[in-house]
Design a protein around this ligand. Structure first.
Ligand code: CTP
Ligand code: CA
Length: 233
């Protein structure tokens, strides 16, 4: 295999990466969660550090170890993740939202354990929408010139292909880059390899990458560095 010598092109930069999956409490012992392992976010954090960045990793329930040499901020819920990302993003050159953030949380989590009641109907759980952290970062731009990057795991369906869903999401979110990850068919969640298309804010294709999560991470940082090096508009 080729020895990979990474450029130190993120030296002097602060980057924020969110990783893992949030958990929204349902009662004292239960939560609504997701299957994100945090591997892609951890690869992004490790790669950025190897390229010379100061890295803040906002980590939601990682099932892999955080890399050495990065500042880890552990979070639980979507709301905690939002707060931690926004604090770290104030002086960040780039923010990459690789975390799987809950879209909904139980509106009124019980402080005790929900009990079965013999003969009673199962409870209905009212949900509230969480804040879209990525869209908010893209519209707020907490630091001038900050590059904001999102991820989207998509499957094709009757309404459109992976690419079409990704393009619609890119236009909706307002992030500078959206990394569209084809999931299903042994790709994506919990696996070691990824197949991604990196889109610009207008939905146009910037580039594609396929391989390990490190390969994808390097492609994301290549695209991010290119935007950071552009003169301010
Ligand atoms: N995201 C976020 N805050 C949320 C939900 C998602 O910041 N409350 C971010 C994710 O971290 C990711 C991007 O938005 O970078 C896309 O997430 P995704 O779930 O694919 O998009 P949604 O807009 O939530 O659309 P849907 O789940 O309906 O496909
Ligand atoms: Ca979502």
């Amino acid at each position: 295999a080729l020895a990979l010598v990474r450029p130190r092109d993120l030296a002097g930069r602060h980057v924020v990466v969110s990783a893992g999956g949030t958990r929204e409490p349902l009662d004292a012992v239960r939560f609504l969660g997701n299957r994100s392992s945090g591997r892609q976010g951890v690869a992004l954090a490790a790669t950025a550090a190897a390229r010379g960045a100061r890295v803040t990793l906002v980590a939601a329930h990682l099932s892999v170890a955080a890399p050495a040499g990065v500042d880890v901020v552990p979070v639980g819920t979507a709301d905690e993740l939002r707060e931690a990302v926004r604090v770290a993003a104030k002086d960040a050159d780039a923010v990459v939202m690789a975390a799987a953030v809950a879209d909904f949380r139980p509106l009124d989590p019980a402080t005790v354990k929900i009990k079965k009641r013999p003969g009673a109907a199962p409870p209905t759980i009212a949900l509230a929408e969480t804040v879209d952290v990525l869209a908010e970062l893209a519209s707020d731009r907490l630091r001038a010139g900050q590059v904001v990057v999102g991820f989207a795991a998509e499957t094709g369906d009757a309404e459109g292909s992976v690419l079409e869903h990704g393009q619609a999401k890119a236009r909706r979110k307002g992030a500078d880059l959206l990394v569209v990850n084809a999931v299903g068919d042994g790709l994506g969640f919990g696996t070691r390899d990824n197949d991604v298309t990196i889109l610009r804010a207008d939905g146009s294709v910037l580039t594609t990458a396929r391989g390990s999560k490190e390969t994808v991470a390097d492609a994301v940082w290549d695209a991010t560095v290119a935007l950071l090096d552009e003169p301010f508009q």
